[in-house]
Design a protein around this ligand. Structure first.
Ligand code: DX5
Ligand code: ZN
Length: 221
C-alpha cells in the first residue's frame, strides 16, 4: 500500500501562503481546513482564498469542510478548483446525493467522522466515496494530542474495504507526526494529514519525508 502525505496549512503562515505551499511540494496533497465558527469553534477561510490556493498550489488540494450545510456549500469548493472535497457525517443531510454531485463535477468525494461517531453507518454507502476521513482529534484546532483510541475504527474500516475489494482510501487527521505515523499506517490508513508536525518543523520537506518513512516502516516489519 502506498502512503500519501497531506500537510494541513492550518499551521502555516496565512499571510505567506504561496511560499508555504511551495515548501510542501514533495507532499501528495495539500489539506485545506475550512471552518465556519458553527460546526467547529474556529474560523479559517472560504471559497475565494481556496480558489487562489488551488491556482498556485504545486500539488492537488483536498478541502476539509468543517462547516454546517455542506450540501449547500461543498459544490462551491469543487468550483474553486479542489481536487477532492471532504464533508462531515455530522453535517451532511444527503451524503450520497452530495458525493454524486461532486463526482459529476469531476471532483473526489470524502466523508469524515469525528471521534465519537461510528464508522459502521458508512459501510452501506462506502462505494459512493473515494476516501473516508477518520478524525484523530476533535476537529477545530491544530496541535492537539493524537487519539489512539480511534485505531480500532481505522482497522474495522480497513477490514471492510479489503473484504469487499474496494479502492476507498482511509485518511487520518489530527496529531499525526513522525512518532504516530507508524501507528496509523499499521492500522490501515493510507493518507496521513499533518499540520503542526510539518509547519512547526524547521524544514517542512524533511518533516514530510520523515512522516512518510515512519509510516512505510509499518509495511516492512
Ligand atoms: C483539525 C484539522 C486538522 C489540523 C491537524 O480540526 O482538521 O487538519 O490541521 O493539525 P495537527 O496535525 O497539528 O493535529
Ligand atoms: Zn483537517
Amino acid at each position: 500500500m502506498s502512503i500519501q502525505i497531506a500537510p494541513s496549512i492550518l499551521s502555516a503562515d496565512f499571510v505567506n501562503l504561496e511560499r508555504e505551499l511551495q515548501a510542501i511540494s514533495t507532499a501528495d496533497l495539500v489539506h485545506v481546513d475550512v471552518m465556519d465558527h458553527h460546526f467547529v469553534p474556529n474560523l479559517t477561510l472560504g471559497e475565494p482564498i481556496v480558489k487562489r490556493i488551488c491556482e498556485v498550489s504545486p500539488i492537488p488540494v483536498d478541502a476539509h469542510l468543517m462547516i454546517e450545510d455542506p450540501d449547500r456549500w461543498a459544490p462551491e469548493f469543487a468550483k474553486a478548483g479542489a481536487a477532492s472535497v471532504t464533508f462531515h457525517m455530522g453535517a451532511a443531510h444527503a451524503p450520497v446525493r452530495l458525493a454524486r454531485q461532486l463526482h459529476d463535477m469531476g471532483v473526489k468525494a470524502c466523508f469524515a467522522v469525528r471521534p465519537a461517531e461510528p464508522v459502521e453507518p458508512i459501510f452501506d454507502i462506502l462505494d459512493e466515496f473515494d476516501m473516508i476521513l477518520i478524525m484523530t482529534v476533535e476537529p477545530g484546532f491544530g496541535g492537539q494530542k493524537f487519539l489512539d483510541n480511534q485505531m480500532n475504527k481505522v482497522r474495522r474500516l480497513r477490514d471492510e474495504i479489503t473484504r469487499r475489494g474496494l479502492s476507498t482510501k482511509i485518511q487520518v487527521d489530527g496529531g499525526v507526526s513522525p512518532s504516530t505515523a507508524h501507528i496509523v499506517a499499521a492500522a490501515g490508513a493510507d493518507v496521513l494529514v499533518a499540520g503542526s508536525a510539518v509547519y512547526g518543523a524547521e524544514n517542512p520537506a524533511e518533516a514530510i519525508a520523515s512522516i512518510r518513512e515512519e509510516a512505510e516502516k509499518a509495511f516492512r516489519a
